[in-house]
Each structure stands twice: as structure tokens, then as C-alpha cells.
Write a protein that binds this ligand. Structure first.
Ligand SMILES: NC(=O)CC[C@H](N)C(=O)O
Length: 418
């Protein structure tokens, strides 16, 4: 029996509030409210932006998603931890199979009812021991429904998650009310040097890493592309002709803080004639470079059931999301159009350019977690990249209309020569 199977054996009791069973913990909001509970993670105090997600599953993916860096994540799903945490297996491309980056990215988590017993064929440890090992505080026993109502009413709020006897937990003034969005969080999570995946791919994609999820890279390489992950502030324009397309990743924090990336992208948009596609932070950076403003949403859209309407065909799709900012798309710059719109709050969910080469979406087509309805966008992007490459190579792709015309023309049969 493997360690994973042993850990997940039915009836196994992982009564694993390792960092101190029944040790009190509290979430204190800068707006003055305090929520008490018990610690089940690391015994330390953190600060961050308290945000909530309505996702039902996918805590290992969400907690390792770099877009959550600097945030204290509140789950509306009351029961969390019941399927444990998987191991760090990798796929044939060297990408993590079950996590979205190399580390836990959230500052802390808040749950209603931590499941002390977990069971899943793929689990190797409990959520509590994973949090403790990764120095991430976690609190259970919180009335998350009341907390989420509050965050909906007053908006995402700075918070401190403090662990220890209640008097200690409540005297956490030495932890500043640091606003993570005042910093450029992208610089914290991006690679420092270029990294290449699937070097033998038929098309070469440069991926600007603002905090990319593993499944975004996988979604490109498993469709045959070679992907070079570049640091967020790498001057792509200096090497642009080496790549068949540019991909702009997701990432944490306020997009306006990633000024170097925005400045580089302005040049890219003016000079690069090849396909560009962006996701989430990528959508925001592309919009900012194109001249659109960005705004902070009151409490953001985080969950796996966010409906978006494709303005080009009217179809509504269910998507995975986690963002606190959105492009203001009321006045689109010349040549640019809205691509998707959120069906709940009308916020921007994507933009496209009339060249047919540039587009981006605010949601997460790679899911992990969440529905796969929009995964086709990776296929569309790579189809455009390949078609453009063939054009440059002088190969003409026959359109359906052209093929039909040739069939209808019925060329005369070749006459036998005497
Ligand atoms: N997932 C993302 O890329 C999030 C983008 C940005 N940090 C926001 O919160 O809006």
C-alpha cells in the first residue's frame, strides 16, 4: 500500500489540528469586527486582504494559485478539508499535477467547519498539516456566512489572522495593517529567469509570467506548443521575432502596480504583428496598455460558477474566476471591443482587437478548479498562432469557401494523349 493510500484509508482518523488543537485564533478586520475560532494551521499572525470564494472544491488549487498571494481566503463552502491534500507529483512536462505553483500562496484561510477526518485516494496529508508545514495560519469555527455578508456589504477588507490565547490574538497591533495591493505583488511570484517547457513544440509561445498557474502552461504545451516563461518585466519586444505568439498570465494584486509590464506591452501592441492572448491579470494589463482604465470591484468575483456572456455570439458560459479588479469598458479605444461580460454584475470579462490577433479574458479557461467550458480558447489561440505561422512560411490555408468553389468548378478531365 502506498503512503497515499494508507493515509486515505477509510476510517482513518486524521485528527490533525497539528498546530494546536483548540488553540484559539481570531480574524480581526480593519473595520473593527472580530471573528473567533480555533487554529488548525501554523501558529503565527498574518495580515492580508480578506476575500471570499464561493467555490465548493479545489482548495489545494486555489491556495497555491499565485493570484491569491497577499490574501486571507474565506471559503463560503462550510466543510473544508474533507478530501485532504494531494502529493506533489509532476506530469511529463515537469508541471505539478495537483497544485498551481510551487508553494502555498494565500496568507491564511478561514473556514466554517474544518473536517478533521479526510478521505481521498489521492490524499497524502491533512489540510491542517499542509498548512502547518507551509507556515500558513488557518482558522475554523468561524460563522463564515456572517463574515461573507459583511465582506459583501463593506467590500474586501484588510484583516489580521492571529493565533494564540485570545488576549494575545487580540493584541496583534505589532502586525501592521499592510495593504498588499499597495505593492507590486507580481514581482514576488514571477520567475526570475526564463524557463522553457516542451522545447520541441511546433510553435513557440512567450509567456509573460505575472504569477502563472501550472495548468495554463499545461494547456499550451499539451496542445503541442513550446512555452518560454519570461519574468514579468522581461522586455519581450527585444526578442519578439523569436516567438510565434505572446501569452499574458494571471497574477496577484493591483495590475496598475506592474508598470514595467504595461509600458513594454504598449510597445508590443504598436509593433508586434502576431497573436496575443491574456488571462485575468493578462486581460487587465492588455487593457491598460490599450488605454482602458481599471477599477477595484467591491468584493471581486471568486468562485467556479461565474456566468459570462460572449458578446460575439450571445452564448453564456460558466467560468472559474478570482479577481478583485476589472477593466472599465464603457469607452473602448478605437479598434477594441468587449469580448465577454459578466452576467451577474455586468463587469468586463474580456476584450478583443479588430486585427483578429489580440484578445484576452478576465476568467480562467484553464479552470483548476472549476468548469472546463471555456478551455476551447487555448485551442483557438494556438490555431491562430499556427495559421499566422503558415502564412509567414508562405503556405496558403484553404478556407471552406475556397474548397467549395474548387469542387463546384469541376475541372475538365485530363485528355489522354495519342
Ligand atoms: N487571477 C488574476 O489574475 C487576478 C488579477 C488581479 N490580481 C485581480 O485581483 O483582479
Amino acid at each position: 500500500m502506498t503512503a497515499a493510500a494508507a493515509a486515505a484509508a477509510p476510517g482513518d482518523t486524521n485528527n490533525n489540528l497539528t498546530a494546536g488543537k483548540h488553540v484559539p485564533a481570531a480574524l480581526q478586520l480593519k473595520t473593527g469586527q472580530t471573528f473567533h475560532g480555533q487554529s488548525f494551521g501554523a501558529a503565527r499572525t498574518v495580515s492580508g486582504e480578506a476575500v471570499f470564494t464561493t467555490s465548493l472544491v479545489g482548495y489545494p488549487e486555489s491556495m497555491t494559485d499565485p493570484s491569491y498571494c497577499g490574501q486571507i481566503l474565506v471559503f463560503t463552502q462550510p466543510l473544508v478539508g474533507n478530501y485532504g491534500v494531494p502529493g506533489s507529483a509532476r506530469d511529463a512536462f515537469g508541471l505539478l499535477k495537483h497544485f498551481e505553483s510551487e508553494r502555498v500562496q494565500v496568507s491564511g484561510i478561514v473556514v466554517g467547519d474544518y473536517a478533521e477526518r479526510y478521505s481521498h485516494w489521492n490524499a497524502v496529508e491533512s489540510l491542517a498539516s499542509w498548512c502547518a508545514r507551509n507556515d500558513v495560519p488557518a482558522i475554523t469555527g468561524v460563522d463564515t456566512r456572517a463574515l461573507v455578508h459583511l465582506l459583501r456589504d463593506q467590500g474586501s477588507t484588510l484583516g489580521q489572522l492571529a493565533v494564540g490565547p485570545s488576549d494575545v490574538a487580540m493584541s496583534s497591533d505589532e502586525i501592521a495593517w499592510a495593504d498588499p495591493n499597495a505593492d507590486n505583488l507580481v514581482a514576488r511570484v514571477s520567475v526570475k529567469e526564463p524557463v522553457v517547457y516542451n522545447p520541441s513544440g511546433d510553435v513557440k509561445i512567450a509567456l509573460l509570467d505575472c504569477g502563472v498557474k501550472q495548468n495554463i502552461i499545461r494547456s499550451l504545451v499539451k496542445r503541442g506548443a513550446s512555452v518560454t516563461v519570461l519574468p514579468w518585466n522581461y522586455d519581450f519586444n527585444a526578442v519578439a521575432q523569436q516567438y510565434d505568439g505572446l501569452f499574458l498570465s494571471n497574477g496577484p494584486g493591483n495590475p496598475e502596480k506592474a508598470t514595467q509590464a504595461i509600458e513594454h506591452l504598449k510597445v508590443t501592441l504598436a509593433t508586434y504583428q502576431r497573436p496575443i492572448f491574456g488571462i485575468c491579470m493578462g486581460n487587465q494589463l492588455l487593457g491598460l496598455a490599450a488605454g482602458l482604465p481599471v477599477k477595484k470591484l467591491p468584493f471581486g468575483n471568486r468562485g467556479h460558477n461565474q456566468p459570462v456572456v460572449n458578446t460575439r455570439n450571445g452564448r453564456c458560459l460558466i467560468t472559474s474566476q478570482n479577481h478583485g479588479y476589472a477593466l472599465c469598458d464603457e469607452n473602448m479605444p478605437a479598434g477594441w471591443h468587449r469580448y465577454f461580460v459578466n452576467a451577474n454584475d455586468g463587469s468586463n470579462e474580456g476584450i478583443w482587437h479588430e486585427s483578429g490577433l489580440v484578445s484576452s479574458v478576465q476568467f480562467h479557461p484553464e479552470a483548476k478548479g472549476g468548469p472546463m467550458d471555456t478551455e476551447y480558447l487555448f485551442g483557438e489561440f494556438l490555431a491562430t498562432v499556427r495559421a499566422e505561422k503558415l502564412k509567414r512560411d508562405g503556405v496558403h490555408l484553404w478556407s471552406g469557401v475556397e474548397v467549395a468553389q474548387r469542387v463546384a468548378a469541376k475541372p475538365a478531365p485530363i485528355k489522354a494523349t495519342a
